[in-house]
Ligand binder design. Structure first.
Ligand SMILES: [Zn+2]
Length: 126
């Protein structure tokens, strides 16, 4: 199952509570996805290997995708972390995101399902 599908499915099972990557549990977008597939978020190895710029104009260097997803959910969807992050200067944007916007963004960056878990061969371009 792709991460975008798993977040949507998990959102029907759990309340939207901001989550911390370091504290596993039923919270955050990744917690929702974990509940949907019954596995940890390492189920999607690209979350650690793919580095992405935050799409929300907050001042981050490109980070592993897992951190970006957690930031978007905690600060722009659930907004529970917004005030504490703003005080630390980590959030420069008041953008509000819906869960659907977050899922659309995940869909735009996640690998095709065939590439999840094993590497697809590169297309021949010669
Ligand atoms: Zn942000």
């Amino acid at each position: 199952m792709r991460l975008s599908q798993a977040i949507l499915l998990g959102s029907t099972l759990l309340r939207p509570v901001a989550g911390d990557l370091e504290l596993p549990g039923d919270c955050g977008a990744l917690g929702m996805a974990e509940r949907a597939v019954g596995a940890g978020w390492s189920y999607w190895p690209w979350l650690l290997t793919m580095r992405l710029a935050a799409p929300c104009r907050c001042p981050f260097q490109p980070l592993p995708a897992a951190w970006v997803v957690t930031h978007l959910f905690g600060c722009h969807v659930a907004e529970e972390f917004l005030d504490s992050f703003r005080k630390k200067g980590w959030v420069r944007s008041d953008e509000r995101w819906t869960l659907e916007q977050l899922v659309d963004w995940v869909r735009s960056v996640e690998p095709a399902e065939a590439e999840t878990g094993r590497r697809a061969s590169a297309p021949c371009t010669v």
